[in-house]
Design a protein around this ligand. Structure first.
Ligand code: URA
Length: 266
């Protein structure tokens, strides 16, 4: 990589951190806990990726009470249904299914489109470049990945990262529906057009719909409709890395924070 490219990447990186407020996270201060106890961070794989992240991880405890029950439901669904799922043709090309991860009792849930190459290899959502950016966005909100829940519309990687077909989305939908029903987040942030269209059953484009509150009304739950904030997908943001786009995403996330009573890290 030449110096010009290296400097440009470094400048963009610093600018992302500035815009999402990451540089303002005070080292050693715990983030406000959203939801209940975060699941245990046991190994390097699940550990936070940098020192800024490490500074905002809440005390690590095993989930209790309602959180433990939710965890069991999610683990059962993953182990007994999703991992062996052959309901659509994506099962033939996948390496791993990608169920979702995070706090089963999270107040904030992110919903993306579907696994890419890295996610397919590791069996975890948002672990590639887009995932790194999503992690930064979460940290900028004063949280860690372990305090939110992250899932996708489809649980298997579409070949060449193509958009999942309507049949694939429909076939997989019941898993996400039940994940949301179990977790009962207070706010959902849908990232990108396909996730937003599916969740909100709309044909509106992400550019026009982002930044405004919508509702997902989970059938058969007592909790009532869940507010949904659509925003740009981090992969789009990486492709179209303008100050304007980053400011839009940050403003969408700030709306979600306000709804959850979160304040920016000082
Ligand atoms: N993009 C998504 O929508 N989901 C992932 O898990 C990774 C990339």
């Amino acid at each position: 990589m030449d110096d010009v490219t290296r400097n440009r990447i470094m400048r963009q990186h610093l600018e992302t951190e500035r815009l999402f407020g990451v540089d303002a996270v005070p080292v050693g201060q715990a983030a406000p806990v959203v939801g209940h106890a975060a699941p245990a961070v046991e190994d390097e794989e699940n550990a936070v990726h940098n020192t800024e992240d490490a500074a905002v991880v809440a005390p690590v405890n095993a989930p209790r009470g309602g959180a433990a029950a939710k965890l069991t439901i999610l683990q059962d669904m993953d182990a007994k249904e999703v991992r062996g799922c052959t309901s659509c043709e994506l099962c033939h090309s996948r390496t791993n299914t990608v169920f979702g991860d995070g706090d089963p009792d999270a107040d904030l849930m992110f919903v993306g489109e579907g696994p890419g190459r890295n996610e397919d290899e590791q069996g975890r959502p948002f672990v590639g470049r887009a995932g790194d950016l999503l992690s930064k966005m979460i940290v900028a909100m004063g949280l860690s990945r372990e305090q939110v829940y992250i899932a996708n519309i489809v649980k298997c990687r579409p070949p060449q990262n193509r958009t999942p077909t309507p049949h694939e989305v429909q076939t997989c939908w019941d898993y996400l529906r039940r994940q949301i029903k179990t977790i009962q987040p207070k706010v959902i942030v849908s990232v990108g057009g396909p996730a937003t269209s599916m969740l909100l059953d709309t044909k509106k484009g992400i550019t026009s719909i982002r930044g405004t509150w919508h509702e997902y009304d989970p059938p058969g739950t007592d909790g009532g409709p869940i507010p949904v904030m659509p925003t740009f997908h981090p992969a789009y943001l990486l492709r179209s890395y303008t100050k304007e786009n980053r400011a839009k995403v940050w403003s969408d996330l700030q709306q979600a924070m306000a709804r959850l009573g979160l304040t920016e890290p000082a």
